[in-house]
Structures are given as structure tokens and as C-alpha cells.
Design a protein around this ligand. Structure first.
Ligand code: 2M8
Length: 440
């Protein structure tokens, strides 16, 4: 049966408003997440943006991804920020003079001609490239889009499964909370507590000029983010031959890597190349994820601190993201849905969108960033996960809730999961992008 959607007029208005956000946030070669809070190109934001943009302009969507790949380092990493040289350094912290990619990062393969950060973000890119291709296969083929992006995407996955396999079990590890995209998730509290924060006066937070401080990470968190990024930079962004203070295996990050590896398989097939190496890597990664991060008692995947070898007990939405995986054991998928709809995440009972963190957790905060609020990109991923495992009623309900909450909040960055109240900034790109995708 057809899922209930807003009436045609509402749908049209919502679609037009979402399109306007993406038009306003387009800079000519890529899209900023927000013109105020995030005035540069962000890695995983661009992947979600491309997925929405393909419904407006497949040509822009291809450009979005190619601009990002144009900033890829020679070692395969895709940096989490590509800086717009036209934007003043004071507009965002940490700025290029902090990261110093074009000088300090050269030995690790940073481009000389543009400025980027030196850390990464979740690998949604191959999935986005495939979806963008499929939205306009004729032009995409004529422009040889997949031929052009494939080598960079393969090198990206090689980097993550090679140099970033710090645990030695086949999973990619992250070296900074910013790399997970879920910056101040309570999961990072414990491993971060061992990091000596940079002194409060040694940096200036630009983010607080644009938002409510109670919606953002704390100063203590920022001190630790700065300290970790400084250590990495001062080691020339080398992954080996140095001790990292924060090394974590994150289930959501790895689930996205697996989804993108399946996309690489489809891309290879489209190009008449052998898809099997990608499929078997996706399977190997799924097995490693199950072995390393699945927690039967918790009913979801947990993050693992590679330095101490222990699981991090907080329940975060990152532990539900493997629901997207096509070869997840059905039993595990059912357990994830039970957890999502149970008291810890409340879907369909106390919430209509899945919160970023355990409603009953020790650190739950309904408005502080990744410590409770519901995020639209994450709910888009979970909607796909529910559909993947045949839960179409729940998927339809999440889809409807994304559309309702995005429209009512002016495309908020995130919302209070129980009330839908807008938090962070508005006119946020990936919120608009997933709306466009769910409307089409
Ligand atoms: C947030 O992270 C940036 C640092 O990368 C920040 O707080 O300044 C996160 O929500 C992240 O997931 C997102 O990609 C980025 C831009 O939207 O903002």
C-alpha cells in the first residue's frame, strides 16, 4: 500500500523549499552545510547533498562529488573539510592556518594547491556516486563520471581498510571524534577523558557566534578536539610510527564503509569490471563487524576502544546503523529493530525520529548535538535499513516523520527527538537533501 505523504500541495511546497536551501547553499562547485555555521565543503555532508541534489540537477550532484575528490590526498584519504579560499579564516574554527595541510600535510600526500583538514569522515561517497549515476545514467556515461570517480573511491577504501585498521581485525578505526561525524557522542567521553585538553585561551570557537551554546559541544570537548588534531598534525598526519591517543572502531562508520563497498561492486559491474573483490570485502567487513562490535545483551553494536581493547557501553545510534547491511543475519536485524522501537530509542512510542543517543542513557541531552537530538541524515539511513529488512510500515513512518519535522523546523540541523523543536542552525543542507530524496 502507498505510504501516506503530505497532500500534493504540501509536497510541492516542501520540495520547493528544500530545493531553495540547496540552491542557496551552492557555491559554484560544491555545497556548504550551512552558510553561517559551516561555510566550507564537508566530506560526508557532500555525499548526502549529492544524493538530494541529483533530483534537482544531476550535473551539480556529479560536480559536488568531483570537487570533493579533487581534494583527496595521495595516500587515499578524503579530508573532512575542503576550505573555500574566498572565506575568511575567522569564519570557522579550526581554519586552514590550524590544519596547514598544504605544508605539513605534503609528506602524507595533501594537495599543494588547496587547503583541507587532515582527518576524515564516514565514507558515504561511493554510495552517493552510484545513486547520482543512476539518476541520470545517459549523461553520466557520456561524461564517463563513474570512470572518473572510481579510482579515487577505490583508493579511499584502500586507505580506510589498510592504514586505518589499527585493531588488526579488518575494521577501519577513527582517530578523532570529528572523524565519526557524531562529534560529542557520549561514546567518546571515556576515551576522550584520557586526552589532555588544549588550554581554553589557546583557540577561539567560531561556532558559538552562530548558535546556542547549549546546543553545541562544551569548551572542554573542544579543548580535547584541538589537542588531538594538533598531535596528529604535528606528526605530519602520519598514521603509522606514532602513538595515537584516541583510536576507536565505530559501527556506523564501518557500516557506511560496507554499504559503499557494495556500491563499488555495482560501479565495477557498470564499468564491465570484476565486482567480486568488492562483494567479498563487504562480506568480510560484515563478519568482522559482527565479531568485534555486536553486543547481544545490549541489542545493538557498540563502539570499541582499540587502545584499551574494551567495548564502550553507551548506546548510540551509530550502533543501529548496521541495519542497512544487506547481509546482516536476520536475527541481528530483528534485534536492532527491537532496540530501535524499545525504551532506549523509543521509535513509534515516545519518538517519531530515532534519537542520536539512548533516551535512558546517563548522558542523554535532548538538544545538545550528538548527545540525544534526532538527525535527518541518520534517519534517512535507518529508513533504508528498515526497508532493506522488510519493515516497510516502520520505514514509511520514519519517512513521514523526516518530512514533517524538516518542514516544520525550517530544515533544522537537528531536532529534539521528543518535541521536534529545531536545534543548531536552520536551512541545513543535508536535511534539505534527504527531504528531496524521500519526496521523489
Ligand atoms: C559537525 O562537525 C563539525 C566538525 O567537523 C563542527 O562541529 O564544526 C558534525 O555534525 C558533522 O557530522 C558534520 O559533518 C559537520 C558539518 O555539518 O558539522
Amino acid at each position: 500500500t502507498a505510504p501516506p505523504l503530505p497532500g500534493t500541495a504540501d509536497r510541492e511546497m516542501l520540495g520547493q523549499a528544500a530545493a531553495q536551501v540547496l540552491l542557496d547553499n551552492w557555491t559554484g562547485a560544491s555545497t556548504v552545510p550551512s552558510t553561517s555555521l559551516y561555510p566550507h565543503q564537508w566530506s560526508w555532508d557532500s555525499a548526502f547533498v549529492a544524493i538530494g541534489l541529483r533530483h534537482l540537477s544531476p550535473q551539480r550532484a556529479r560536480r559536488e562529488l568531483e570537487t570533493l575528490l579533487g581534494a583527496q590526498w595521495a595516500d587515499g584519504r578524503i579530508p573532512h573539510i575542503v576550505f573555500n579560499p574566498a572565506v575568511s579564516h575567522g569564519a570557522y574554527f579550526p581554519s586552514p592556518d590550524f590544519w596547514r595541510s598544504s605544508t605539513v600535510g605534503r609528506a602524507a600526500g595533501a594537495p599543494a594547491a588547496l587547503e583541507t583538514s587532515g582527518i576524515v569522515q564516514p565514507p558515504v561517497h561511493a554510495l552517493a556516486a552510484l545513486m547520482v549515476h543512476r539518476s541520470d545514467p545517459g549523461t553520466s556515461r557520456r561524461e564517463r563520471f563513474l570512470e572518473r570517480v572510481r579510482p579515487g573511491l577505490v583508493a579511499w577504501h584502500e586507505y580506510l581498510t589498510g592504514r586505518r585498521d589499527f585493531g588488526g581485525h579488518g575494521l577501519a578505526a577513527v582517530l578523532h571524534p570529528w572523524e565519526t561525524g557524531m562529534d560529542n557522542s557520549p561514546c567518546w567521553d571515556e576515551p576522550l577523558s584520557r586526552v589532555e585538553p588544549a588550554p581554553a585561551g589557546s583557540f577561539r570557537r567560531a561556532d558559538l557566534s552562530f548558535g546556542d551554546a547549549s546546543d553545541r559541544p562544551t569548551d572542554l570537548d573542544y579543548g580535547r578536539y584541538v589537542s588531538l588534531a594538533t598531535q596528529y598534525r604535528d606528526h605530519g598526519y602520519r598514521d603509522t610510527g606514532t602513538e595515537h591517543s584516541f583510536v576507536v572502531e565505530d559501527p556506523g562508520f564501518n557500516a557506511l564503509l560496507i554499504m559503499s563497498e557494495y556500491a563499488l561492486a555495482d560501479i565495477a559491474e557498470e564499468l564491465g569490471q570484476d565486482a567480486e573483490p568488492h562483494r567479498s570485502r563487504a562480506r568480510r567487513l560484515t563478519t568482522a563487524l559482527m565479531r568485534r562490535l555486536w553486543d547481544e545483551d545490549a541489542g545493538l553494536f557498540l563502539c570499541r576502544d582499540v587502545r584499551t581493547g574494551t567495548a564502550l557501553p553507551d548506546k548510540s545510534v551509530t550502533g543501529l546503523l548496521p541495519l542497512m547491511l544487506p547481509e546482516l543475519p536476520e536475527r541481528t536485524a530483528r534485534a536492532l529493530v527491537r532496540t530501535m522501537t524499545g525504551p532506549h530509542f523509543g521509535l513509534g512510542a515516545t519518538t517519531r525520529l530515532v534519537p542520536s543517543y539512548d533516551l535512558r542513557g546517563r548522558a542523554f541531552d535532548a538538544s545538545r548535538y550528538w548527545r540525544g537530538p534526532a538527525w535527518f541524515n541518520i534517519n534517512w539511513l535507518l529508513e533504508r535499513g528498515l526497508r532493506q529488512h522488510g519493515m516497510s510500515d516502520q520505514a514509511d513512518a520514519v519517512r513521514q516523520a523526516v518530512l514533517d519535522a524538516a518542514g516544520a523546523s525550517d530544515f533544522a540541523e537537528y531536532v529534539d527527538p521528543r518535541t521536534g523543536k529545531a536545534c543548531g542552525t536552520t536551512n541545513f543542507s543535508w536535511t534539505a537533501a534527504v527531504v528531496l530524496d524521500l519526496l521523489s
